[in-house]
Design a protein around this ligand. Structure first.
Ligand SMILES: NC(=O)c1ccc[n+]([C@@H]2O[C@H](COP(=O)([O-])OP(=O)(O)OC[C@H]3O[C@@H](n4cnc5c(N)ncnc54)[C@H](OP(=O)(O)O)[C@@H]3O)[C@@H](O)[C@H]2O)c1
Length: 335
């Protein structure tokens, strides 16, 4: 079996740590392994029982790899990925830097793996929030053509990185110990997050939409190659560590019966569907180190014809990031 030299930029981060574990547990054929971090503080990672020190990335060091996973920042991806791809190195980028670039495939393998081509060495993975909807609703979209999609998202703090998780834990400890709200200056969020929630994920644009809401809309249209779909969302940060949940209202062009919808959802690739209307996935279980997207509580919406409601849960760190990147790499080594 051919082995590949693999680099992970952002190895000391939340997604980087999961990605390294997945490369090992899914037996990705790694020859040499090169982990990188910001270089601002010493960090070591363990891969296949061996401890590696992380280094600051340079073009020369990254070019030694066959595949580079970018799980750090938009700036770092922007600085290195295009040049590396031009030099023939596969770059799988989890940042948002290139997701909407028309020359860069934005890929969820269960949905659009045919976008992966030898000639396109730079590949983007999508935002962790829309991944659940993109996977869960793709079969329905193909069969009944979704024309309007409304979403309310309930997003875990790990979506904002390791620092955000540590902040929630510190706030919880402080509140339980002292009874007071811990205000974190320069923290990950605009408000305290312990025992709280807020309808803001990222900054706002001039029309009042948040960065996250705009990403969900634009990236979903690109992944489904369906620019005409109308999408509205409200992205909410909630005080849980891991697993994003979505409440969706889906209006289709073609009519359906609930039985037909159930049938499609049961067969959708990458989705585990709870057909029992009284059962549903929760982030603590189905959003925690899970490979699939989960959905339940399918029902007809009362607001209009051809509209249904569904509850979707997925692991933002696995399917929303690290796992999706590894799955992309598993495909590209086959083409
Ligand atoms: N968290 C999610 O659910 C999720 C989902 C989808 C996509 N993503 C994307 O994945 C990426 C990583 O997110 P995360 O949640 O893992 O963040 P994180 O926990 O904050 O980790 C960031 C990582 O990037 C490294 N880094 C920062 N600046 C760097 C630089 N100049 N050069 C090299 N490495 C640098 C950090 O190294 P130090 O430890 O040295 O600071 C750390 O390893 C982001 O682009 C994010 O948008 C995240």
């Amino acid at each position: 079996m051919k082995l590949y030299d693999v680099a992970v930029v952002g190895a000391s981060g939340m997604v980087g740590g999961e990605l390294i574990n997945l490369l090992e547990s899914r037996r990705f054929p790694v020859n040499k392994f090169y982990p990188f971090n910001s270089g601002r503080k010493p960090a070591a990672v363990v891969f296949k029982g061996k401890t590696y020190s992380c280094r600051k990335p340079s073009f020369a060091a990254l070019k030694k790899a066959d595949i580079v996973f970018f799980v750090s920042t938009d700036e770092v991806s922007g600085k290195f990925a295009p040049r590396l791809a031009a030099a023939g190195v596969w770059c799988v980028d989890d940042s948002s830097r290139f997701r909407l670039n028309p020359a860069v495939p934005l890929v969820i393998p269960e949905v659009n793996r045919n976008e992966l081509k030898v000639s396109k060495k730079l590949i983007a993975g999508p935002n962790c929030t829309l991944t659940g909807a993109a996977v869960a609703l793709f079969g329905v979209h193909k069969k009944f053509k979704i024309k309007e999609l409304r979403l309310a998202t309930y997003q875990a703090v790990s979506g904002a990185g390791k620092g955000a998780m540590l902040q929630l834990e510190a706030e919880l400890r402080a509140r339980l110990k002292t009874g007071r709200v811990l205000e974190v200056e320069g923290g990950a969020f605009p408000h305290p997050i312990a025992f709280n929630l807020f309808p803001q994920v990222g900054g706002f644009d001039k029309n009042g939409h948040s960065v996250e809401e705009n990403k969900v809309e634009a990236e979903l249209k690109k992944i489904w190659n369906s620019p005409a779909i109308k999408i509205s969302s409200t992205a909410v940060r909630v005080p849980i560590l891991r697993g994003h949940s979505l409440s969706v209202w889906v209006k289709t062009e073609r009519p359906w019966t609930l039985a037909a919808l159930k049938n499609v959802l049961a067969k959708t690739k990458g989705l585990k569907f709870f057909a029992n209307p009284y059962k549903y996935p929760v982030p603590l279980k189905q959003g925690n180190k899970t490979f699939e997207v989960y959905a339940g509580r399918l029902r007809k919406a009362r607001t209009s014809a051809n509209e249904f409601q569904l509850w979707i849960v997925s692991d933002n760190l696995y399917k929303g990031a690290a796992l999706n990147s590894v799955q992309i790499a598993e495909r590209i080594i086959q083409i």
